[in-house]
Design a protein. Structure first.
Length: 135
């Protein structure tokens, strides 16, 4: 897979409904994973969406999730730019440059779902997610 750049939306608990709506608008294939599937969330968050991805035949990709427990939903700031793929050198290079002078929320490291992932807000206030698959 080549690296891709796409929006990643955050929701206050209605990610499933929102992503299903976007699928009805754009078409395509929708995959949804809950916090419970990965042993996270607990309680009321077990069935909430940890990661959702809509991919259309025309090449559009939209990702989203419910906010993790304990994080605040901020309408207007509820998105990030996602960089993902399976080329570790390329993606680590992007991460190194994006995270310089940034606020790192999640260091780029192996996560419970098996990929290497990191999250930061760059020096211009833009939130970025970098995911390296197959690590």
């Amino acid at each position: 897979m080549t690296s891709r750049l796409n929006p990643y939306l955050s929701f206050p608990g209605d990610a499933r409904q929102a992503l299903e709506f976007y699928k009805s608008v754009l078409g395509g294939d929708l995959s949804l994973n809950t916090y419970g599937e990965f042993g996270g969330g607990g309680g009321a968050h077990t069935d909430k969406i940890m990661h959702g991805r809509l991919e259309t035949a025309g090449g559009l990709t939209l990702m989203g999730a419910d906010n993790p427990p304990g994080t605040e939903h901020k309408p207007g700031n509820n998105f990030a730019v996602s960089l993902s793929g399976d080329d570790p050198d390329e993606l680590r290079g992007y991460w190194d440059k994006l995270s310089e002078g940034a606020t790192v929320a999640v260091p780029l490291e192996k996560q419970m779902w098996g990929d290497v992932f990191g999250m930061c807000t760059d020096k211009f206030g833009i939130s970025w997610m970098v995911n390296i698959g197959g690590q």
